[in-house]
Write a protein that binds this ligand. Structure first.
Ligand code: NAG
Ligand code: NAG
Ligand code: NAG
Ligand code: NAG
Ligand code: NAG
Ligand code: NAG
Length: 508
């Protein structure tokens, strides 16, 4: 089913750049000083049988890319996509570090369409949930994929990444914190844009949720810092056109997260009963004190890791230590009594069935022996050693917002895993040019003034520089619960259109 992408096969769509890259390489092979051409050349080189890692790093890398056929049929027929592996820093013939990606081309004008980069939460959750669970050209059902009317790939390119290494189909030595993971994403993007150079000029928007609240500020910060470094010194890397971030139900600030969690569990809802609430409130001061103490240490020294682990142990007891009587924490409207709580989320089962199907693996260019894990224990174990989750990642939004990177939070209100009061709380704490107006602004009903199922707090012109959307009828995975609504939100956000105007042809 899958057709391997060969530079001379003649099957590439007209805008695909590999042929051009090949010619550049041949013409300039003796003066390979222009690193960017070097990248394309090396990337091309890997489609030939011989592999070699001898050339100057970092621009020689492994890539093996396929054009999947007939495994994701959308409303307009077979989705146009590319999938495969890119070798990251540390990848060598003896020891592999390879990221799996699936890049879906926009149906309209993919050459110029913004690129939405998505990865999972976790840490260790597959990045394929977003395309195949809610907003891709096809989505999973109990019996495989079906065309998705609510796809955002109508007008946007979507690049889904199994991140960090060890997640999904990505494999090799794992990292143990979000910063090192972000360096890997930067490395991945440089190499991806070397393979798809026409995309590097397009707007890049990063989206994710849950543990993505840790990953995304780190990735955006690394990109921003490297872009700034590029303006001083040409390192051969491309400037990454990072435009904005779209985040759903995150954990980014453990202090706000835990300070407000019991308010959600006990006051707004009855996730815990009265006795459990009393017991958990009694533990809260210890949790908050230990977080504050862990913040005195910085970095990933053993003592800093140990301080954060102590805080995490005290705090996760509050979040996960009590009996919810079947209430599903990720969506408190639901109850579920499955022994394995993952069975309450059939999408995880469907996605593993799909990616373990030998025909799907073949089409994606994944070797048959590779095992797909929607939730990687090895990644979450590695991260748990540093207790990365207790770091104040939200503070990274301050310089990003001040420098013009727009930040959207769209939050499912029924989620008790990353509950909205903790999110709104840390957003209010951010010291940015938007702090005063943000904290004073109302949550305005949207789209119609007489409905309060969705509210918007947008600071800045258009769709805002700093915007907070609360979705009443959604839980931890808003795009799964409300795909059409989330599509509308993403289109407004990316096209930067006021929330009170429709997205029309004119506004695009
Ligand atoms: C899809 O799966 C369901 C439940 O397993 C089954 O009842 C149904 O017949 C299947 N539909 C198709 C089209 O195969
Ligand atoms: C985390 O990873 C780094 C880099 O691989 C390693 O040096 C460090 O020892 C790891 N930390 C722990 C606590 O295992
Ligand atoms: C590329 O992937 C295909 C499909 O898994 C595999 O058969 C082939 O050996 C790979 N090529 C390289 C150079 O790794
Ligand atoms: C994949 O899983 C199977 C069955 O659990 C196991 O035998 C095999 O070694 C695994 N493959 C890899 C590459 O880990
Ligand atoms: C809002 O974002 C835009 C686009 O990035 C930027 O030009 C503008 O300066 C930002 N506004 C403020 C007040 O920072
Ligand atoms: C968003 O739209 C507003 C109003 O049209 C404009 O002032 C602002 O510069 C735009 N921001 C971006 C990033 O395009």
């Amino acid at each position: 089913m899958g057709k391997s992408l060969q530079p001379h096969s003649g099957s590439s769509p007209p805008h695909f750049p590999l042929r051009q890259a090949t010619r550049n390489y041949l013409r300039t092979s003796t003066i390979l000083t222009l690193a960017l051409i070097g990248v394309s050349a090396v990337a091309f080189f890997h489609y030939a049988p011989a592999l070699s890692w001898d050339a100057a790093p970092p621009f020689k890398f492994y890539a093996n890319i396929t054009r999947p056929q007939n495994i994701c049929v959308g409303v307009r027929g077979d989705a146009s996509s590319y999938s495969g592996y890119i070798g990251l820093e540390g990848d060598n013939p003896e020891s592999h570090r390879r990221s799996f990606f699936w890049y879906f081309e926009a149906e309209e004008d993919p050459t110029n369409a913004p690129v939405i980069l998505t990865f999972g939460g976790g840490p260790g959750t597959t990045g394929m949930l977003k395309p195949l669970g809610s907003v891709g050209p096809c989505i999973l059902s109990p019996n495989g994929t079906v065309p998705n009317p609510d796809r955002i790939t109508e007008r946007f390119n979507m690049l889904a990444l199994d991140h960090p290494i060890g997640t999904g189909f990505s494999y090799g030595r794992v990292v143990n914190n979000s910063y090192d993971a972000a360096l890997d994403v930067y490395d991945f993007l440089q190499k991806f844009f070397a393979l798809f150079p026409h995309l590097s000029k397009n707007q890049l928007i990063i989206t994710g949720g849950s543990y993505g609240g840790m990953f995304i500020p780190n990735v955006a910060t690394v990109i921003q810092e490297r872009n700034e470094a590029l303006s001083h010194k040409d390192t051969g890397a491309v400037r990454i056109n990072l435009e904005s971030l779209m985040i759903s139900n995150p954990i980014s600030d453990p202090v706000s997260h835990y300070r407000w969690l019991l308010y959600f569990y006990c006051e707004l809802h009855s996730v815990y009963d009265k006795d459990t609430c009393a017991a958990m409130y009694a533990k809260l001061p210890d949790c908050l004190d230990l977080i504050e103490m862990s913040l005195q240490a910085t970095g990933f020294s053993e003592s800093a890791n140990a301080a954060r682990r102590a805080a995490r142990t005290a705090c996760s007891n509050i979040a996960w230590g009590g009996d919810t009587h079947g209430v599903v924490v990720e969506d408190v409207r639901r109850t579920c009594h499955e022994e394995n709580s993952l069975d309450c989320f059939p999408l995880f089962k469907w996605i593993e069935q799909y990616f373990r199907d030998p025909a799907v693996k073949r089409a994606l260019g994944v070797p048959p022996s590779f095992n797909y894990t929607a939730l990687s224990a090895s990644v979450s174990d590695a991260f748990s050693v540093t207790a990365d989750v207790m770091l104040p990642a939200h503070l990274m939004y301050e310089p990003l917002l001040a420098k013009g990177i727009r930040v959207l939070h769209y939050i499912g209100a029924q989620d008790g895993n990353c509950a909205w009061p903790g999110v709104l709380s840390f957003l209010k704490l951010l010291r940015t040019p938007f702090q005063r107006p943000f904290n004073g602004a109302p949550d305005v009903p949207w789209p119609t003034p007489d409905s309060d199922t969705v509210t918007v707090r947008a600071i800045g012109d258009g769709a805002g520089n700093m915007t907070y959307i609360l979705i009443k009828e959604a839980g931890h995975f808003p795009s799964q619960d409300q795909p059409a609504l989330v599509k509308d939100i993403m289109e407004h956000w990316i096209y930067n259109i006021s929330w009170f105007q429709p997205v029309t042809e004119v506004s695009r």
